[in-house]
Design a protein around this ligand. Structure first.
Ligand code: NAD
Length: 340
């Protein structure tokens, strides 16, 4: 983070400015919405490690109480169980608001379509209001889904995307696009210090077995010896980023005065079929691979152009995919063992 913060500049996507380049720069008292979730839990741990006081706000709609219990054992952590679509009230001063609250898996946002739209709109507004009132920096966890089924490949931040506004994924994609626009409006019209991260597929220990996303699905199927279900013919591509790398990027963005949007994602693009085969190999599984229907509006390709993150934040993913997959497999093995 220190290195990352030290190398940022005032080029495209950055406001320039002179924040102190140090770990403390992440912010002394940080509010993390969605702090009981997969990414939020890792981010809270990292901020605590960096010496911050952390207040996580979460309604546990897709988050895990176990994440909160583990964090509550640490000093300088507190938890507020609240829905951020209602007014977000956090007592005391706040230096940084990191807004991660939102269902993130297609299974979850399909089950919670209105809630997903509301957390992206009203929830983002309340998080921005908190940042404005307290004079805090605000970081939005946006997504590569703002690019939809992209017609430009790899995707630079300057690409505006190809999103179906009424398709099955639209509640998530459009909520995040709205959240980006709202964040920009608070910056330009209300003077809030904001940064937008566009996060690509992030994976790692802590994902839920019933999450529905590709990595948890492949890993639990492979470990149970069940057929590994690949959608379509598996030729669609994804670029994976290990969770510690994504968290590094979020912290570097928080510590900078970069406005963004900034892509945070892995550079190694693989087909979904290759990924399923790799998971089976690493798990030592003889599960057969089977093919099921491709969901509507599923992106054909997905790979971030990470030049802006490298230039402005000094950020590059560090964890090789096979190493990240091995560490994640260990987590799922442990989950399945304790559930047995
Ligand atoms: P997650 O579902 O594990 O975490 C989201 C958290 O937000 C959960 O704890 C949930 O309970 C909470 N939440 C949802 N609605 C809320 C509300 N109204 N009020 C308070 N809390 C609420 O998902 P994740 O993978 O950790 O994703 C975290 C954030 O990062 C999301 O905003 C997601 O869009 C973004 N993101 C994640 C990825 C990824 O690959 N994991 C990729 C792109 C973007």
């Amino acid at each position: 983070v220190e290195a990352a913060a030290g190398r940022r500049g005032s080029r495209d996507g950055s406001r320039g400015g002179s924040r102190q380049d140090s770990r403390d720069d992440v912010g002394r008292r940080v509010v993390v919405t969605g702090g009981a979730g997969f990414l939020g839990g890792w981010l809270c741990r990292r901020l605590l490690d960096d010496g911050c006081e952390v207040v996580a706000v979460d309604n546990l709609v897709t988050g895990t109480p176990a994440v909160v219990e583990e964090l509550e054992a640490r000093p300088h952590f507190s938890f507020i169980e609240a829905d951020v679509t209602r007014v977000l009230d956090v007592p005391g001063h706040v230096d940084l608001v990191m807004h991660l609250a939102s269902p993130a898996s297609p299974v979850h946002y399909a089950a919670l379509p209105v809630e997903t739209m509301l957390v992206g709109s009203q929830g983002t507004m309340h998080a921005l209001d908190l940042a404005q009132v307290r004079g805090a920096r605000f970081v939005l966890a946006s997504t590569s889904e703002v690019y939809g089924d992209p017609l430009v490949h790899p995707q630079p931040e300057t690409y505006w995307g190809n999103v179906n506004p009424v398709g099955p994924r639209s509640v998530y994609d459009e909520a995040k696009r709205f959240a980006e626009a709202l964040t920009t409006a608070y910056r330009t019209s209300r003077g809030v210090d904001t940064g937008i991260a566009r996060i690509f597929n992030t994976y790692g220990p802590g994902m839920r077995t019933d999450d529905g996303r590709m990595i948890p699905a492949f890993m639990t199927q492979a470990l149970k010896g069940e057929p590994v279900t690949v959608t379509g013919d598996g030729s669609q591509t994804r670029s994976l980023c290990f969770v510690t790398d994504t968290v590094d990027g979020l912290c570097a963005l928080a510590a900078s005065d970069c406005v963004g949007p900034v892509n945070l994602g892995g550079d190694d693009e693989v087909t979904v079929l290759e990924l399923a085969e790799t998971v089976c190999r690493l798990a030592g599984s003889s599960s057969p691979i089977t093919f099921v229907d491709l969901p509507e509006d599923d992106p054909r390709v997905r790979r971030p152009d990470t030049a802006r993150a490298a230039q402005l934040l000094g950020w590059k993913p560090q964890v090789p995919v096979e190493e990240g997959l091995r560490r994640t497999l260990e987590w799922f093995e442990e989950q399945l063992r304790s559930a047995a």
